[in-house]
Design a protein around this ligand. Sequence first.
Ligand SMILES: [Zn+2]
Length: 464
Amino acid sequence: MLIRDAEIWRGDRDDVRLAAGRIEALGQLPPRPGEAVIDAGGGALLPGLHDHHIHLPALAAKAASVICGPPEVVDKAQLAARLAAQHGSGWIRGILYHESVMGLPDAPALDRLVSDRPLRIQHRSGRMWLLNSIGLDKLLQLAPPPPGLVRDARGYTGQLFEEDDWLRQALASAPPGFGDISGSLARFGISGLTEMSPRNAAQMAAHFAAEMASGALSQKVVLAGALSLSDIPPGPWHLGPAKLHLHEAALPPFDEATTFIADAHRRERPVAIHCTTEVELVFALAALEATGSLSGDRIEHAGIVGDDHIPRIADLGLAVVSQPHFIAERGDAYLRDVEPRHQGELYRLASFIGAGVPLAAGSDAPFGSADPWAAMRAAISRTTAAGQIIGGMEALSPEAALGLFLAVPQDLLRQRRIAVGEPADLCLLALPWQAARDRLSADDVRATIIGGEIVYNRIDQPPA
Ligand SMILES: [Zn+2]
């Protein structure tokens, strides 16, 4: 395939020939007989974007679920109305619940919303499910109660903590297909993703392999997750870091965390540690200082980082994978909930780059928008939905914002390039960069190419 007259990222206007999944040549290249040609018309040709932190199964499940939390649902009446609008029988699966809607309801409270069919609602954290009575009974008929099913004096409350594997087994539910999600990510110019769920293990690896082999999932995949992923045979995906999910309210014993890190490092596997709060970060840094770090170790989110911690992150050689769009999506809530003295420490960007810390971005979808262009805009503006600026000093240039999605997934210090021999994973824009950088819009993605194959081509799409 030949892409003619493209504005090469960090290069000149040129033709690009793709062959065998790689960039074969750059220059003034006459088409070969029968060769497919895309005329770029001077549009910017970028390396395909990589989402460095996403939860694909949850994103696919979201498409088949009822949203139960803000901003769509803010109170009990709205939740009741939304659930009542679900027709049919069988499970209702709710997602993205937040306790601002109606606290943490037990089964009887949910029965008052849905009493004639099983209901399960996932908390926005992804760590908890809330069941109504029919749902609770149905699960207990299918499997013995797990330790995470909360019990009080009256019996099981319907609240289920950290038992996704049990739930999946009880419901004998296969992970959802990725075809639709893969197609919508391709529209954003995304050619690769790092799947970051801590429980990813053999079953999920097999599901990814099957979805990739069938062509349903066209993006390249780095699969992070459980330590046990190191023990299964390699698949079409690349092995990613071992994920350590810290949660401030229930931190593991310190030596459990250091053992996890040491076990991963012994397998030459870096760790990715979830740190949204300062306490989580302090815990993670102390654990890494105790074990020593390994190249590729990374902090996920870095939601609040005080000045003192940045040199420690740099000294440990850690990378940070941020969600710049959380400032836009959640910033107004942060301004209410986070103490003013810490507000400038939220989702920092420029400070990390200034300290030499490799910085990349991931959507955290479905917990944030999957649109990387929205994240880039937020990285530049640092502006909340209501128009407040948070940490304006942390703003990036459009080029640096794009760079958050161009890092080599397993070596975040390096940026991917358009050069002979590099993988033919590309994002072609309809405009030159000078015009695209002022808007940073997914609408400007004209084509997405993965492994030398066109997986999205706007020219072929029916008008919206
Ligand atoms: Zn996440």
